[in-house]
Design a protein around this ligand. Structure first.
Ligand code: ADP
Ligand code: ZN
Length: 721
């Protein structure tokens, strides 16, 4: 942790006990007022980098963010942990606008989110100028670059914000790492001697897999069933496909909603919200679904068709596991996807087409490569991965079934290609290997080749796939418009038996049970899965009550840690990673009883306490009151708010029938309250508070009234505390 104050804030407010790599140094830059650019992949934890320092520093931080939906999510999450955050955008009503302004005036807003259009308006700049601005953070900073995947012209104008605030430090954040984009960001924002921090773009928590599409619905169902109840996104290329698949999944008992550009904005909004509140587990979508969604606990992303570039795939699959927990990305592909995209490229001019085709080939190679998926992806982006086994892809995990005698099979294919000479493409070569006595084969005399029919026991599709796999591993080369096959130098090594390629077994063979990644095993280590499910249901219930996203209640990481630690009281609840003070105060009473009930189930559980929820902490509070601890001491001991301690005291007084509150509170104040209550009546709580003019909180009024009520009870037991 960079400094005591920050670590204290991160622990108290967010309930995290450690910072992730890069977060410390990124935070230090803000504390030191040095311009910075932080490149951290999705899920790396960029937000905390500026949110925690914003709370630690005097004044208000301004955060420029590109989309209203993203802003709202961030502000919701910040408010849920009790941090003062607000956003100003066109969706606010006049009243909300006024309230926001007042909160800013009072200094309660530590983070103000704005869209770039607004941030550069002269009257808004003038407004900011009158306030103490701690620093300016530019989120999704790649939007400033035409080289990024998401260029937004409004971001360009941010230069004027920089000019308006020469004395304020600027901090830019993005997940897009290319050097070109990086340079653009620094130049466009006129960052001064910025500290540039670039983390690996790899997302080790994502488990990548690619399978040839053989039975789409069955392949999709395998994942959906295995991850029943978890949040997933399924991408389809066409709207029709979206509708069909959503219907098929719904038929099979899954809550799947469609999302595509052909639906009305209201419908889309409704489905997106249902997904984020976990009223639906699945969204089946075209790529129109994306930027607006920030759901951190998407546990899987399935592509039912191949995207046209690796950049697209990286971005879409990257929506899984934003919370850093393990998540799964399955890509179903087929050669027809390649042909379709290739066909669609025909309209481009020749240079653009050349680039697009190269990208398409790279994408297809990713699919057919029989090599670590993380490595292939990172190499594409110019980064080396040294790990021999990533432990998080189908190939490294051994989840892809490999052909056992791959050397022999490969030798048969390569020698056939060599015999044929550079005259045949993959399809024709497949015919020969299969031993198909087609007219053109016989005519050319190829049925006389020694390699004719040497793979006759396999079907054409399987052979064809093997050819693709050999090509993507560099043993065969496809040349010219007709993809004429030629054996490469490496291919000849295989023929000599010096190297063994990897070939995937035909998809139809029964597959071995899937192995989970190490990340998955670790994040589930010690977690009671049944309890976790129960807590997720509770979270869903609360999200629906609050009308907000589920992740604003708790993330999956926090729920798993709860289901691991099984906290019994608020002190233990606060030990859960992701439970800060505010969430403890808001939700301990909802979660603890469920956890306790679960832990106690079958273990000769005591009957439920009369007061209902809050049972065990309440019992501890009662013990402390009986031992003479006052309200503050009790609150400190239990690590609960003074307000909650007062609530327990009222319950204690009610249960014991006590009539004197003074052992636990200031006698003068108790007198004032009881005089007001006498005059105005017990029911007139608000009037009593009004009369006291802010001298006492409502909870203490309740405590005193509880005593007075006991006094009025005929024959009330007078018990010593
Ligand atoms: P990014 O913006 O880089 O995609 P986020 O800021 O959304 O990432 O953070 C990703 C997830 O990681 C969030 O769920 C967040 O609560 C969690 N997180 C961030 N920092 C920490 C930390 N130090 N300890 C535990 N969880 C963290
Ligand atoms: Zn791997």
């Amino acid at each position: 942790m960079p400094d005591g104050k920050l670590s204290e804030i991160v622990r108290r407010v967010w309930g995290y006990d450690a910072l992730r790599p890069f977060q410390s140094s990124a935070m230090e830059c803000i504390m030191a007022g040095r311009d910075s650019l932080v490149v951290l992949p999705t899920g790396g934890g960029k937000s905390l980098c500026y949110q925690a320092p914003a709370l630690a520093r005097d004044g208000m931080a301004v955060v420029v963010s590109p989309l209203i939906s993203l802003m709202k999510d961030q502000v919701d999450s910040l408010r849920a942990v009790g941090a003062g955050a607000a956003c100003i955008n066109s969706s606010l009503t006049a009243r909300e606008r006024r309230e926001t302004h007042e909160a800013i005036q009072s200094g309660a807003v530590k983070l103000l989110y704005v869209a770039p259009e607004r941030a550069v308006k002269p009257d808004f700049i003038a407004y900011l100028k009158k306030r103490p601005i701690s620093f300016i953070a530019i989120d999704e900073a790649h939007c400033i670059s035409q080289w990024g995947h998401d260029f937004r012209p409004e971001y360009r104008a941010l230069e004027s914000l920089r000019e308006a605030f020469p004395e304020v430090a600027f901090h830019a954040y993005t997940a897009t790492a290319t050097p070109h984009v990086r340079q653009d960001i620094c130049a466009a924002l006129k960052l001064r001697d910025p500290e540039i921090m670039v983390a690996s773009a790899d997302r080790p928590n994502l488990i990548y897999a690619a399978e040839r599409r053989t039975n789409e619905l069955a392949q999709v169902m395998e994942v959906v069933e295995r991850r029943r109840g978890e949040s997933g996104v399924i991408y389809c290329i066409t709207r029709k496909k979206v509708e069909e698949l959503a219907a098929a999944l719904t038929d099979r008992g899954h809550k799947a909603l469609p999302y595509h550009a052909g639906m009305s904005p209201e419908e889309r909004q409704r489905n997106q919200e249902a997904f984020s509140r976990e009223g639906a587990e699945l969204i089946v979508a075209t790529v129109a679904f994306g930027m607006g969604i920030d759901k951190p606990d998407v546990r899987y992303v399935i592509h039912t068709g191949m995207p046209k570039t690796i950049e697209h795939y990286q971005q879409e699959s990257g929506r899984a596991g934003r919370d850093g927990l393990e998540a799964e990305c399955l890509l179903l592909y087929s050669g027809s996807d390649f042909n379709l995209w290739n066909f669609l490229l025909k309209d481009l001019d020749s240079e653009a087409m050349r680039i697009a085709q190269a990208k398409l080939h790279d994408m297809y190679n990713y699919c057919t490569a029989v090599a670590c998926r993380h490595r292939v992806l990172m190499e594409y982006f110019g980064e080396k991965i040294d790990k021999p086994n990533c432990g998080a892809c189908d190939l490294c995990l051994g989840n892809a079934d490999l052909v056992k005698d791959a050397l022999v099979v490969a030798q048969k294919i390569l020698s056939c290609a060599a015999r044929l000479g550079p005259v045949a493409g993959p399809s024709y070569t497949t015919l020969i290997l299969q031993g198909a006595r087609e007219h053109r084969v016989v005519e050319k005399g190829h049925d006389q080749l020694s390699t004719f029919g040497i793979l006759a026991e396999h079907d054409g599709r399987t052979i064809r796939n093997w050819i693709e796999q050999l090509a993507s591993q560099g043993y065969l080369e496809k040349t010219g418009e007709y993809n004429i096959l030629q054996v490469t130098a490496r291919g000849r090594q295989v023929l000599r038996g010096e190297e063994t390629p990897r070939l995937l077994a035909p998809a139809e063979t029964a597959r071995a049970p899937r192995r989970a990644s190490a990340a998955a095993a670790k994040s589930w280590d010690g977690v009671d899965k049944k309890l976790f499910e129960r807590l997720r249901a509770l979270r869903r219930e609360i999200a629906q009550e609050n009308g907000g996203p589920a992740f604003a209640v708790f993330g999956d990481a926090a729920l798993r840690d709860m289901a691991r630690k099984k906290p019994k009281n608020e002190v233990e609840f606060l030990q859960v990673s992701g439970v800060g003070e505010r969430k403890c105060a808001d939700y301990a009473a909802r979660f603890l009883p469920v956890i306790r009930e679960f832990a106690g189930a079958g273990a000769g559980r005591a009957p439920k306490s009369k007061q209902g929820r809050g049972g065990r902490i309440q019992a501890e509070a009662f013990r402390l009151f009986a031992a003479g601890c006052d309200l503050d001491e009790t609150a400190d001991h239990l690590m609960v708010t003074a307000r909650r301690a007062a609530k327990y005291l009222r319950e204690y007084i009610e249960e014991k029938g006590l009539t004197d509150p003074t052992p636990w509170m200031d006698p003068g104040l108790a007198d004032d309250i009881s005089i007001a209550a006498d005059e105005l009546g017990f029911a007139a709580r608000d009037d009593i508070l009004e009369r006291l003019g802010g001298a006492a909180p409502g909870e203490l009024v309740d405590v005193v009234i509880a005593c007075m009520k006991n006094e009025e009870k005929p024959g009330a037991p007078v018990e010593k505390r």
